[in-house]
Design a protein around this ligand. Structure first.
Ligand SMILES: NC(=O)c1ccc[n+]([C@@H]2O[C@H](COP(=O)([O-])OP(=O)(O)OC[C@H]3O[C@@H](n4cnc5c(N)ncnc54)[C@H](O)[C@@H]3O)[C@@H](O)[C@H]2O)c1
Ligand SMILES: O=CCCC(=O)C(=O)O
Length: 487
């Protein structure tokens, strides 16, 4: 897009300085709620810009790694305080830039503050164990060493929480960071990095380079001085990054897509299940990796569940993400909207029955943004694209089953395994679901979305590189265990 004269331009952050890319080119971001609202522009960086950031992170790593956990924690606490003081402004920027409603954007920014404080606390927690040696005169224990330079590659859908849930543990465990935020939400990303910069982190400890995934993301994955890559995004890009890092012997962590089921059993609290399906599937316009997309309902409660669901979906207010009355904002970009509409067409062409929605919203203010109706299909069979592929939009696929066994079999019959939930009042069904569901996050009588920062998070099957992040699990990726034997 053409960048308007008064657009605020955000710089890269390299070696403690805000700097222009040597390309002298920028990428402008407009709001998906109203494309006339230009949120800002970011640097279209080159490999040379990235080289400088990686060199800065490499030269800062020894001194940073040698600080005590307590000293590193002080910087994280300061960043948390600054982010908290800018919560309103940064949440508003997020809502404008990627279309999440303001209320959800505020919630996510507050979550960023809490994540920073949680990992600051890690600076004073134990890192190893004493292990009895077979030699009575020896002391054996484990400690942990940071990886060194960590490359952080993040998606646009949680532009505050995800960069923080990756960078904060990397930093507290003694690594230095080069982050490449998703371009679509890089203005919000830059504001998060401003909080780190203003907290006074030593030069080179945290660096940000914006630009194209194929240039900056791939450049991080390929660079021999980047010791670990933590990536969240699509499966296509994740697999490519994993292969690049593996080829040069680096460490990687990939958190990717989902096709998350909800099972509604015949003994479920139907109102609870309806509300949770709507919240889990349609909040954030369905753009959560944990979003509900397949709704598997036992036949004896199917009709009552469906009627209540449609009634509630009809009440959803779609609109500009900044307005108080808006429950669901736009798709985050034109490309995302086109993807959603193309899946809706596929659903219809493959024989699913459209119960509600299915259209782009037009007329009045809708014409300036990327709005789509919340959409529900029924008669969805498992081989259909809308049952198998991640849509990343407000589309629910209803599937009717005769038993829990059939429901579980259907729920597991996809390549993904990120999150899943069941609605039931029967303890045996809960336990069967917990045991048999192939997902990294299983929730009972709660929506499929909703991640708690102190608990491990990650997927099974194609949703992840089988690693976990957040909570205490983060230490496993960001450090290497050293076994020490002293005599
Ligand atoms: N499992 C999780 O924790 C989780 C969380 C949030 C989002 N996601 C997933 O993220 C996806 C949506 O995010 P997205 O559209 O930003 O994903 P994406 O894969 O397109 O992009 C993710 C990041 O990778 C970069 N990138 C793009 N091409 C690249 C390349 N060739 N080499 C290196 N880097 C490259 C992008 O610029 C961006 O920073 C969905 O699939 C969603 O499920 C997963
Ligand atoms: O998009 C993936 C992250 C999901 C998340 O943080 C949540 O469901 O709360």
């Amino acid at each position: 897009m053409t960048v308007k004269a008064n657009t605020q331009i955000f710089l890269n952050y390299v070696d403690g300085e805000w700097c222009e890319s040597i390309s002298k080119e920028v990428i402008g971001n407009e709001s998906p709620s109203n494309t006339e609202d230009v949120v800002g522009s970011v640097q279209k960086s080159t490999r040379k810009d990235l080289e400088e950031a990686i060199a800065a992170a490499k030269s800062a790593k020894k001194k940073w790694g040698n600080l005590t956990g307590n000293e590193r924690a002080d910087y994280l606490y300061k960043a948390a305080d600054i982010l908290e003081s800018r919560l309103e402004e940064i949440a508003t920027c997020m809502a404008r830039e990627m279309g999440k409603t303001l209320a959800e954007s505020k919630g996510e920014t507050a979550r960023g503050v809490a994540i920073l404080r949680y990992y600051a606390g890690e600076g004073l927690r134990k890192v190893g164990d004493v292990i009895p040696s077979t030699d009575s005169e020896a002391l054996m224990f484990t400690t942990r060493a940071p990886l060194g330079v960590v490359g952080v590659i993040t998606p646009w859908n949680f532009p505050v929480a995800i960069p923080i849930w990756k960078s904060a543990p990397a930093l507290i465990y003694g690594n230095t960071v080069v982050i490449k935020p998703a371009t679509e939400a890089a203005v919000t990303g830059a504001k998060v990095i401003e909080c780190f910069a203003d907290a006074g982190f030593p030069s080179g400890v945290i660096n940000m380079v914006t630009g194209q995934g194929s240039v900056i993301g791939q450049g991080l994955a390929d660079h021999p001085d980047v010791n670990g890559i933590t990536f969240t995004g699509s499966n296509k890009v994740g697999r490519q990054i994993g292969q690049s890092v593996l080829a040069r012997g680096g460490k990687y962590q990939l958190e990717m897509g989902g096709k998350n089921p909800v099972i509604v059993a015949s003994d479920a609290d139907i109102d609870l299940a309806v509300n949770a399906t709507i919240s889990g599937g349609l909040r954030s316009t369905g753009q959560k990796c944990t979003a509900t997309s397949r709704v598997i309902v036992q036949s004896d409660v199917y009709e009552s569940f469906k009627d209540k669901l449609i009634e509630k979906v009809r009440e959803i207010k779609v609109g500009n993400s900044l307005l108080d009355e808006t429950w669901m904002g736009p798709s985050s970009s034109e490309g995302q909207l086109d993807t959603v509409l193309s899946y809706i067409r596929k659903g219809i062409n493959e024989g699913a029955e459209l119960l509600i929605g299915g259209e782009r919203l037009t007329g009045g203010d809708y014409d300036n943004g990327y709005y789509v109706q919340p959409t529900v299909f029924e008669g969805v069979t498992n081989e259909m694209a809308i049952a198998q592929e991640e849509i990343f939009g407000p589309v629910l696929a209803l599937m009717k089953v005769n038993s829990l066994e059939e429901g579980l079999q259907l729920a597991n019959d996809v390549e993904y395994g990120l999150s899943a939930s069941i609605f039931t009042t029967n303890i045996k069904k809960m336990l069967t679901f917990i045991n048999d569901m192939e997902a990294g996050l299983v929730r009972v009588n709660a929506e499929s979305a909703g991640v708690e920062l102190q608990a491990p998070f990650g997927g099974m099957k194609q949703s992840s590189s089988h690693s976990r992040e957040q909570g205490q699990a983060a230490i496993e990726f960001f450090t290497a265990i050293k076994t020490v034997f002293v005599k």
